[in-house]
Write a protein that binds this ligand. Sequence first.
Ligand code: G3H
Ligand code: 13P
Ligand code: ZN
Length: 340
Amino acid sequence: MPLVSMRQLLDEAAKGGYGVGAFNVNNMEQIQSIMEAARETKSPVIIQASRGARAYSQDRFLYHLMIAATEIYPEIPTVLHLDHGNSVETCKSAIEMGFTSVMMDGSLMPDGKTPSSFEYNVDATRQVVEMAHAKGVTVEGEIGCLGGIEDGHGAGLDGLSHLTDPDQAVEFVKQTGLDALAIAIGTSHGAYKFTSKPTGETLKMERLIEIHKRLPNTHLVMHGSSSVPKDLQDIINQYGGKLKPTWGVPVEEIQLGIKNGVRKINVDTDNRLAITGAIRKVFMEKPEEFDPRSYLKPAREAMKKVVALRMTQFGQAGHAGDYTPISLEEMADRYAAVAQ
Ligand code: G3H
Ligand code: 13P
Ligand code: ZN
């Protein structure tokens, strides 16, 4: 089946009361890991690429790898989503290339660092909604800013400085007409989210619940949702790595989110940790190896294990065959009918 719109996956997830992991990729092995995990668990898939991933893969490689994924795994509804689009132009180029969903992250200025004004965010997001919906493509927006600056998608402050304001969230959804809303509740990108297991003081699940009460029909998105498991940290450090002690978002908090309107959960760091640990292990244990497959195969397997586990924990497992994909043309017609 062709790549499908994210809106359909999230609508189905809302009906079924489950969440869908959105996993970042840069290369073939990561795509293979996710698709294999999806086949094993019978899960729908959201694969996302950042601007960095698009540059790394020269865009076209990524696109054609995704087409290969749809050919090899025809039973899996698969979305190609732009993660943290920084401008209307970036979203436009993604749509032109065949992404079936885009994030316009107007919570930050195009530099990806400076918090923007509410008016700027509404204006940029609304422009993307108009352009995307005309083609049946889904739009995710963000209100409030994540913490951290590690990866260039954060305000560089702690995770609590720019939490999402529920009143603004309601207004933002009304004024933009987006499909999914990313909110800031204390998480940040990367491995170093919390210095101890998060509590209600550092991870504001109450805020999420309040936003869901105010916007019961909006699909919520949790960014920075890697759990940074201790066992994956330990493997890296055991084989010569130097990660400092750190905590991520506990899976049970994500599950609480899913009970309260979270439909998309962004995970990148956990997979990076799994890949790096597996490669370090081969390098340390078999220093005579130099065939890249000798370390990329275990890396692919390690990432597949993490993804399959998250798919099961988020509840998307078993749902790949629930529905017939709606074409982007049909999605465009539906958006147009609602707008009239
Ligand atoms: O949102 C951040 C993702 O982890 C992607 O990170 O910009 O380093 O590809 P990246
Ligand atoms: P993590 O760094 O927690 O994996 O978050 C990824 C993310 O939010 C991508 O947009
Ligand atoms: Zn993110």
